[in-house]
Design a protein. Structure first.
Length: 230
């Protein structure tokens, strides 16, 4: 930021930094508090809106500076948190329920921007100032997240606890995306704009999502089997 930057840029940057700081602090709090408890719900919502503030300010800031790549990434970063929250209201999908227009709209916007990110990263990486492999990976992560959600809207989920796996995995995915941006801003200036500066949170975070999901599937299996037997 420079002294001659417009006032709105300074204001948006202040909100962006504050929202980012809150999300980094509150995500671990939401993760360690009792699942389903008041504290978990409270801090989870604050984290969601903190990520919303980060995404909402990242888009105009990214076009001002310009860093269009960050604008595209911010969309699916917030979508992970948003869809992780919304799935708590879509538990009846497994019983034939239906998604709301806001769920479809968010998924379609995320799918479109993620496809654009992957396409630009492959064919015109200089136009969005991105290392091609980084943009392609992030683009396909966003595409996969949006497609999975839309498939759950039209197909009855087979697992009763699908909503829990989605809630947990998507919120952690949102936190991984936040760490990626934080890494580039803080570590990037020291190490340079290398692919691993962007992708190390993904390399550590994705296995943690897989392991955590597997843990809860084992934990819920007896309960699900007992329910089926009854």
């Amino acid at each position: 930021m420079h002294a001659h930057d417009p006032l709105w840029v300074k204001a948006f940057l202040a909100i962006h930094i504050a929202g980012g700081a809150m999300s980094f602090l509150l995500a671990p709090v939401a993760l360690v508090t009792a699942k389903g408890g008041k504290q978990h719900k409270r801090w989870g919502k604050v984290y969601l809106w903190s990520m919303g503030a980060v995404a909402a300010t990242a888009v105009p800031l990214a076009f001002f500076f310009p860093v269009k790549f960050l604008a595209l990434v911010s969309v699916f970063s917030f979508y992970f948190a948003f869809s992780g929250y919304r799935v708590l209201r879509l538990k009846d999908l497994a019983r034939g329920g239906s998604a709301q227009p806001i769920d479809w709209m968010a998924a379609i916007v995320t799918l479109s921007t993620s496809m654009l990110l992957a396409w630009l990263s492959w064919f015109r990486p200089t136009s969005i100032e991105v290392i091609p492999i980084v943009g392609i990976i992030f683009g396909f992560i966003g595409i996969r997240a949006a497609v999975q959600q839309m498939l759950s809207f039209v197909r009855k989920p087979k697992e009763k606890m699908f909503w829990w796996y989605t809630h947990l995995g998507n919120f952690i995915g949102s936190y991984i995306a936040a760490w990626s941006a934080f890494s580039v801003v803080t570590i990037g200036p020291r190490l340079g704009n290398h692919w691993y500066v962007w992708l190390w949170p993904v390399m550590f975070g994705v296995p943690s999502i897989i392991a955590t999901t597997a843990y809860y599937k084992r934990k819920f299996a007896p309960r699900q089997n007992a329910t089926a037997a009854a």
